[in-house]
Ligand binder design. Structure first.
Ligand SMILES: C[S@@+](CC[C@H](N)C(=O)[O-])C[C@H]1O[C@@H](n2cnc3c(N)ncnc32)[C@H](O)[C@@H]1O
Length: 207
C-alpha cells in the first residue's frame, strides 16, 4: 500500500474531516479496560492515523504505548495535539512503517489494536504478511482488538477498496490460534452524518 497515498490524505485534510474520525474512541478504551491488564501492559495501535485513542490511553494511565502508521504527517499531528493538551509523550514509541513489512520485537505486545486498517488488505499476500506480524509480535495469550467494516459496511474507504467481514469470515481468515472473546457491530457516524457499519472484535492469541 502506498505511503504517498496516505501522506496525501493527511496533508490535504484536517484530522477531524476524514470519514473514520471519532471524537472519542471510547468503545476501544472500554474493550481494552475489559481485559483487566496492568497499566504497564504493552499496547500497539497499528495504522493509528491521527486517532485520539492514544490521548485516551494516556489519560487512563497506560504507560507502554506504541503508535505506528504509514503516514509521518498523521503521527506528527498526533504528537502536536498531545503536546497542546500538556500530555506526557516522552515514553511513547512512534514508528512510521508499513505494518505488513515492519520487523517488530517478537512476543512483545499484550494488546494489538487495529481499527480500519486490516480491511485494506485485499490481497492474500498482504493479509498473510499482516497476520504473520501479529503472530510474531503478540505475547502468547496476548489480545488483538480488530475493527473492520462489517459484511454490510461500505465497499470502499478513502477511495480504496476494502474487504468486509462477518465474524465467521474473520475467524476463518485469522485462523484457529485466535480465539474469539467478543464481537459486536457498531454504527459509526462520519463527520458528514452518514452511517458506516463496523465489526468490532476481541481475540486472544493462543500459540
Ligand atoms: C481508515 S484510517 C484509520 C485510522 C485509525 N486507526 C482510526 O481508527 O482513526 C487507516 C490508517 O491506516 C494507515 N495504514 C494503511 N495501510 C497501512 C500499512 N500497510 N501500514 C501501516 N499503516 C497503514 C493509514 O495511513 C491510515 O492512517
Amino acid at each position: 500500500m502506498s505511503r504517498n497515498y496516505w501522506e496525501e490524505v493527511y496533508q490535504s485534510k484536517p484530522a477531524d474531516q476524514v470519514s473514520w474520525y471519532q471524537q472519542q474512541p471510547s468503545q476501544t478504551l472500554t474493550f481494552i479496560e475489559s481485559l483487566d491488564l496492568p497499566l504497564d501492559a504493552k499496547l500497539i495501535d497499528v495504522g493509528s492515523g491521527a486517532s485520539l485513542l492514544v490521548d485516551q490511553l494516556i489519560e487512563a494511565g497506560y504507560k507502554n504505548l506504541h503508535v505506528l502508521d504509514l503516514s509521518g504527517t498523521a503521527l506528527q499531528a498526533t504528537r502536536e495535539r498531545l503536546s497542546e493538551k500538556g500530555l506526557d509523550i516522552s515514553e511513547i514509541d512512534w514508528q512510521v512503517a508499513d505494518i505488513c513489512t515492519v520487523a517488530l520485537e517478537p512476543q512483545h505486545y499484550d494488546v494489538w489494536h487495529d481499527r480500519a486498517v486490516f480491511h485494506f488488505m485485499v490481497t492474500e499476500v498482504h493479509q498473510q504478511q499482516y497476520l504473520h506480524n501479529v503472530r510474531q509480535a503478540l505475547k502468547p495469550n496476548g489480545f488483538m482488538i480488530l475493527s473492520t467494516f462489517a459484511e454490510d459496511g461500505p465497499t470502499q474507504c478513502s477511495g480504496l477498496p476494502v474487504e468486509r467481514y462477518s465474524v465467521e469470515k474473520l475467524a476463518q481468515r485469522l485462523g484457529g490460534d485466535f480465539i474469539l472473546l467478543h464481537h459486536e457491530v457498531e454504527i459509526h457516524i462520519t463527520p458528514w452524518n452518514t452511517e458506516q457499519k463496523f465489526l468490532n472484535t476481541i481475540w486472544q492469541f493462543r500459540n
